[in-house]
Design a protein around this ligand. Structure first.
Ligand code: NAD
Length: 251
């Protein structure tokens, strides 16, 4: 990934931060974008210290189409181009379908689906002009199966949509040199799940009982898959959904 410019949304913590680390390790210069500017700055600072280079932080709310366009202008202005976009920012909400409010539904769809579309359009049009680029969308195994025991209808629907958005854009853009793929993690140890398990500690036993590898995933398990799809090693891979779930969806 030497000399590649990579943009990662939700890079302030969790899976996004580790994706930024692995891409920087592989030689890329990373634009760490997050709604929380201080965590984005912390991630970029960590990359500069650990790997050297011009890694930079950007504050963006991916729900805001205009702000996402501004992000693409700022990143391309600062670095001259964007070679890789990783759409990682996402939120999860556990609410029974029959009592979910309009606001809760829209919140999840706005971040997890609309945000992916806005950023892919903004950076994708730039990549199409250059005739090269790779986009990796962080979907979820929840786009393929229904999680047990928690109800999360908006999340599951948003991630299923991201998988099909990925295939749709991949088909449109492949002839013009831009690849679009998805990575679908299973249960990964991050703040997102830590908060859920704090409220419902019994879930972990249930999740593990359905995971053939017998452990939860680590952010690095996901980040390495992202690095593969973002790199030229995956030159002939587009429209794919690489499932990184310890075998959960195999059972
Ligand atoms: N943790 C898991 O088990 C798991 C499993 C499958 C998929 N995923 C997906 O992986 C991605 C990262 O998850 P995580 O577990 O690291 O979550 P996390 O909650 O630990 O981190 C998410 C990051 O995204 C940022 N973010 C949230 N909303 C944003 C917005 N509107 N604009 C910009 N940034 C925003 C947050 O500030 C945070 O830094 C998400 O898309 C999530 O759905 C996670």
């Amino acid at each position: 990934m030497t000399d590649r410019i990579a943009v990662v949304t939700g890079a302030g913590r969790g899976i996004g931060r580790e994706i930024a680390v692995v891409l920087a390790e592989a030689g890329a210069t990373v634009a760490c974008a997050d709604m929380d500017g201080s965590t984005a700055e912390d991630s970029a600072g960590h990359l500069r210290e650990a790997f050297g280079g011009d890694h930079a932080a950007f504050t963006v709310d991916v729900r805001d189409s205009a702000a996402v366009t501004t992000l693409s202008e700022r990143v391309i202005g600062a670095f001259g181009r964007a070679d890789v976009l990783v759409n990682n920012a996402g939120i999860a909400l556990t609410v029974a379908a029959e009592v979910m409010t309009d606001e809760q539904w829209h919140d999840v769809i706005d971040v997890n689906l609309n945000g992916v579309f806005y950023a892919s359009r903004a950076f994708g049009s730039h990549m199409l002009e250059r005739g090269r680029g790779a986009i990796v969308n962080i979907a979820s195994m929840s786009g393929l199966i229904v999680n047990k025991p928690q109800g999360q209808v908006a999340y599951n629907a948003s991630k299923a949509a991201v998988i099909h958005l990925t295939r749709s854009m991949a088909a449109e853009w492949a002839p013009r040199g831009v690849r679009v793929n998805a990575v679908s993690p299973g249960y990964i140890v991050t703040e997102m799940n830590r908060r859920a398990l704090e409220r419902f500690p019994d879930w972990e036993r249930e999740w593990l009982s359905m995971t053939p590898t017998g452990r939860l995933g680590m952010p690095r398990d996901v980040a390495l898959a992202v690095a593969y799809l973002a790199s030229d090693a995956a030159a002939y891979v587009t429209g794919a959904n690489l499932v990184v779930d310890g075998g959960y969806t195999a059972w």
